[in-house]
Design a protein around this ligand. Structure first.
Ligand code: UGA
Length: 437
């Protein structure tokens, strides 16, 4: 099929490459000239495992190109909208200006029978509104809503073999013509057994908001348990193992620590609350306010622990922060708990050095006042305390004996509960996890 992908960020760049991998002819369109130039040269403008290899592979087939010119969408039959929906400044709601601008720019190039497919995360009601806007310009174009569930760090695999496909169509009917088109787009994963659900627009939009809210709730639930464990002298990691063995609960997303961040979960729960308020259903989601509050408290808790472990004052203390990305295998620092903690420590008088294998350039743009050191060993030299805040594999595997020889005081705070306390203590370290005695 001939496909356009509008917006080439984390979602769109991966989607475009994966659609080409599935055998389609794809053009990726973005207003950002730098992104387009990088992608055209088969370089990923952000760190995502496997993406660059995939870009090289599919570009050599000639099935994938990138441009800033929306006119390149003309003649294609399926057009994916993959632009961002960040949180509005000073408000909880999502900023839909990119989705609106992309739809408006695309509409004049649509032909009768074309299918526009929304993938961006949007407040419920957006698809219906956009369908109206598009059909004002091209009455015979159709719109489907097909939310994306990929995780950064696993984006290629999640797109090539998703755990489900959701198609939102106006009447929610299997017989809608968009269903057949999308089945052709996703023929390969469907053949591989990916379940696919056809719903109305509103349900498809809500599936995404509900899924991310559930994940956020799971993390805040275990972090709330961590608070209780801290008060009671219990161990939240063992508690998570034990409750996780109940299949109805499951162990995944029950890792307590400094909480969730990134460009999705925090802003998605907030925009979901805002939208529910507009719909008069705000009571239904008041619990998400608590989910958000528990999550933000973890960052404050980590700063307090750092102060405690440094003997009551952060002034002049040299603190090394391992990890700046919001999670490992990503260079994304949007709302990163690690970076937010590093910045708070610095504001309170500590001398903070941050290390991370991939995200230091992004981190330095956001918080230029912090010290950045790409070499992990160098970053540890002379530290009064070490904070493990993003669980990259190399930090999990850090040798406590070797590390003890680099720091000034062997004190470590494990903000992700991934280190073995026994091993670190045996090597002479003062170890503190979160929600563990
Ligand atoms: C999230 C969802 O997991 C995807 O399904 C969704 O498609 C995506 O948002 C999106 O809306 O586009 P992502 O933001 O890549 O994906 O990150 P997650 O893997 O969900 O992790 C989010 C945060 O939760 C990270 O900061 C991570 O460190 C934290 N986390 C995760 C925990 O603190 N504990 C856990 O047990 C799991």
């Amino acid at each position: 099929m001939r496909i356009s992908v509008i917006g080439c960020g984390y979602l769109g760049a991966v989607h475009a490459a994966c659609m080409a991998k599935l055998g389609h002819d794809v053009v990726g369109i973005d207003v950002d000239e730098f992104k387009v130039a990088e992608l055209s040269a088969a370089r990923a403008p952000f760190f995502e495992p496997g993406l660059e290899e995939l870009l090289r592979e599919v570009q050599s087939t000639g099935r994938l190109t990138f441009t800033t010119d929306m006119a390149a969408a003309a003649g294609n039959s399926v057009h994916f909208i993959c632009v961002g929906t960040p949180q509005k400044k000073g408000e909880k709601a999502a900023d839909l200006s990119y989705v609106d601008a992309a739809s408006a720019a695309l509409a004049p190039y649509l032909a009768a029978g074309d299918l526009v497919v929304g993938k961006s995360t949007v407040p419920v009601g957006t698809a219906k509104r956009l369908a109206g806007l598009i059909q004002e310009v091209q009455p015979d174009a159709r719109l489907a809503w097909n939310p994306e569930f990929l995780r950064e760090g696993h984006a290629v695999q999640d797109t090539l073999s998703p755990d489900r496909l959701v198609y939102g169509v106006p009447d929610g009917s299997e017989d809608h013509e968009a269903v057949e088109v999308l089945d052709e787009v996703y023929a390969a994963p469907l053949l591989g057994g990916t379940p696919r659900l056809v719903t109305d627009y509103a349900t498809a939009e809500l599936v995404k908001s509900a899924a991310n809210s559930f994940l956020a709730t799971k993390i805040s639930f275990i972090n709330a348990m961590a608070e209780v464990c801290e008060a009671a002298g219990a161990d939240v990691t063992l508690l998570a193992d034990a409750i996780g063995l109940d299949e109805r609960i499951g162990r995944k997303f029950l890792n307590a620590g400094i909480g969730f961040g990134g460009g999705c979960l925090p802003k998605d729960i907030r925009s979901f609350m805002a939208r529910a308020g507009e719909l008069g259903a705000d009571q239904a989601l008041t619990f998400l306010r608590e989910v958000d509050a528990i999550n933000m408290r973890r960052r404050t808790k980590m700063v307090e622990l750092a102060r405690e472990i440094c003997g009551g004052s952060l002034l002049g203390q040299r603190i090394t922060v391992l990890g700046a990305a919001f999670k490992p295998n990503s260079d994304d620092v949007r709302d990163s708990p690690a970076l937010s903690i590093a910045a708070q420590l610095q504001l309170q008088g500590a001398v903070v050095t941050v290390t991370d294998p991939e995200s230091l350039a992004n981190a330095a743009r956001r918080f230029p006042e912090l010290n950045y050191q790409p070499d992990m060993e160098e970053s540890l030299r002379g530290a009064d305390a070490v904070l493990m805040l993003t669980e990259w594999q190399q930090y999990r595997e850090l040798d406590p004996h070797a590390a003890a020889g680099l720091v000034r005081s062997p004190r470590i705070l494990d903000g992700r509960n991934v280190l073995d306390p026994g091993k670190w203590r045996a090597a002479g370290w003062t170890y503190r996890g979160m929600g563990r005695p």
